[in-house]
Each structure stands twice: as C-alpha cells, then as structure tokens.
Design a protein around this ligand. Structure first.
Ligand SMILES: NCc1[nH]cc(CCC(=O)O)c1CC(=O)O
Length: 307
C-alpha cells in the first residue's frame, strides 16, 4: 500500500486544516498511511510588511509546488483563496472539500457592531478588499495594516493597538474559536468575501491518478462549482491579493449565481455585478464581461500597472 505525504504550511491554521482534511480522507481509507511535511513559504517568511506590497501571485504556494514536483510530497492542502487562479498544467486542484463559512467576521473591543464603532476607531486588516469595503461604509474610521496569524491579530486588537479587526469566519471556525468573540458576521451580499474564501483546495500532480481517484470521495461538487465560477472571474480580471476584488457564488433555488466586486482602494466607488448561468466558467466569464463593459476592469489594470 502506498504511503502519502501531505505538504502544509506550518501556521496553526494551515496545520489544523491539514489535519482535519487528513482525518476526513482517513475515514474513507482507514488503512492508508498519511503523514505531514511542514513547508515554509515566502508568504510565511515575510511577516513585517504589507503582503499586498510584496506582490507576486502565489506567495504561499510556490515552495509547495516545488515539493510536489520533486515528489517530496503527494498533495498540498491550501486555503483556496491563496492559490493563484491559473495553475501550471503539471498540477491540479483535484478536490474541493465542503466549504466552511465564506463570510468575513468583524471583531471589536467591547464587541460593538461596525456601525456603532466610535468615529476615529482604528480597524486592522491587510486586505485591500476589506479595507475598501469598510471605508465605503464609513469614512470616519481609519484602516491600519495588520499581519500575523489569527491569534496574533486578536492579541494586537485586545492590547489596544486596534479597536477592531476583520478576519475570515472560516479560519476562526476551523481553529475552534467560539462565536462569542465575533461582534458580527458581515452579510456576504453587502460585504463581498474574497474569491474562494472558506474553501480548501487539494493540489496534487496531474498524473497521480490513484490519488485523484481517492480525493473524489471527499470532494464537494457544489463547492467546486461555486469556486470555479469565482476563480474564473478572478483570472479574467487579472486579480490577486494586490487589488480590491471579491466575489462569491451560491445556489439560489437550484440556480447558480455569481456576485463580483471591484473597487478602487479608497472605497470611493463600488462595482457589483450579479449574474446567473448553469455553467461555472461561463458564469465567471459573464460577470467578467460585464465588469469590462462598465469600466471596472480599468481600475485593476491601473493598479496592476503600478506594481
Ligand atoms: N490570506 C490569508 C488567509 N488565507 C485563508 C484565510 C482564512 C481561511 C479561509 O478563507 O479559508 C486567511 C486569513 C484571513 O483572511 O483572515
């Protein structure tokens, strides 16, 4: 029987979600041996600067793909939102397990809702998408960059460095934090999540048929369809973590919908396009076409030119 090695980043969240995924795979294949190899990525090494300024797509995946190519590992467990929308054909996202909560969570000292924060409050985020949406809702708060893992960010808030922070609900839930620390979950209809937020992507070598077949047992077709629509839109827009872009797909009464968001960094404009189509790639392209038609893609092109 073949033994499999999983590559994971070493942050608490990455290790936790890797272990959770391995348990779900072991439940299907109790006799298969699976171990974990920790891999440090460029994104993990750079902790003192704003990531969106360092740039480069796939800050968290390059070293992991090298290990896949060298056969040091057989699969990598990624947060799908950190995975570039275009992959080398040598690799494939063979599996998208059931998605966790896709919403953004708002945490604040005193547990006050965003609308009740005093004027001048400082909110920590390192996401251009979150920052632009926060500033669009209130022009009397300040956004300050914050980095570090979930625990570090929460500690920085509690120490008073920030009055509030915004985090992915999925990360908090996977780490077992209770709802009590969340002041509110933003409605994804009005505060658009990151593309693929809350989803994992299991990446392996495209020619590893045995593993690809095994991964089918823990795959969610619906979540894969939704994230495919989202990632098609992201790819068409040349999006990355360096531009304020968001999007999420859902099924409503059996129909597949995709809502896309593009904003300038200061939050002064907001382009939201919502469309329906049964084919996820066609849907991603439909939303992308409309974003081009209304001039929203120009915002991204302008930002990409300055990088
Ligand atoms: N960019 C970092 C990152 N990548 C995935 C998650 C959270 C888990 C997820 O969205 O699946 C986070 C942290 C955050 O956004 O708060």
């Amino acid at each position: 029987m073949r033994k499999f090695t999983v590559g994971s980043r070493r942050s608490d969240l990455a290790m936790t979600q890797s272990k959770q995924f391995i348990s779900s795979l072991k439940a299907q294949f109790p006799d298969v041996e699976i171990d974990i190899k920790e891999i440090v990525t460029k994104g993990d090494r750079i902790v003192d600067v704003q990531l969106s300024k360092v740039g480069g797509k796939g800050l968290f995946v390059k070293e992991i793909e090298q290990a896949l190519a060298n056969k040091e590992i057989d699969m990598a467990i990624h947060s799908l939102k950190d995975v570039p929308s275009a992959l080398d054909p040598e690799f494939t996202i063979a599996c998208v397990p059931e998605r966790e909560d896709k919403r953004d969570a708002f945490l604040s000292n005193g547990n006050v809702a965003f609308k009740d924060l005093p004027a001048g409050s400082v909110i920590g985020t390192s996401s251009l998408r979150r920052s632009a949406q926060l500033l669009a809702m209130r022009d009397d708060v300040e956004v300050k960059w914050v980095r570090g893992n979930i625990d570090t960010r929460i500690k920085k808030m509690e120490s008073g460095e920030y009055d509030a922070i915004v985090l992915a609900a999925a990360g908090l839930k996977r780490m077992g934090w209770s709802d009590d620390i969340v002041a509110e979950y933003f409605d994804p209809e009005s505060f658009i999540p990151a593309i693929a937020q809350g989803a994992l992507g299991i990446e392996c070598r495209s020619d590893d048929k045995e593993l690809i077949d095994m991964l089918k047992t823990v795959h969610s077709d619906d979540d894969a369809t939704c994230t495919t629509a989202e990632r098609t839109f992201l790819r068409r827009m040349d999006g990355s973590c360096q531009v304020p872009i968001g999007g999420y797909a859902t099924y409503e009464d059996g129909e597949l919908y995709l809502t896309g968001l593009i904003m300038p960094e200061d939050g002064s404009e907001q382009y939201i396009v919502k469309k329906s189509h049964q084919d996820p790639k066609a849907l991603g392209n439909l939303v992308a076409d409309e974003m081009e038609r209304i001039g929203a893609k120009d915002i991204i092109d302008r930002i990409n030119e300055t990088l």
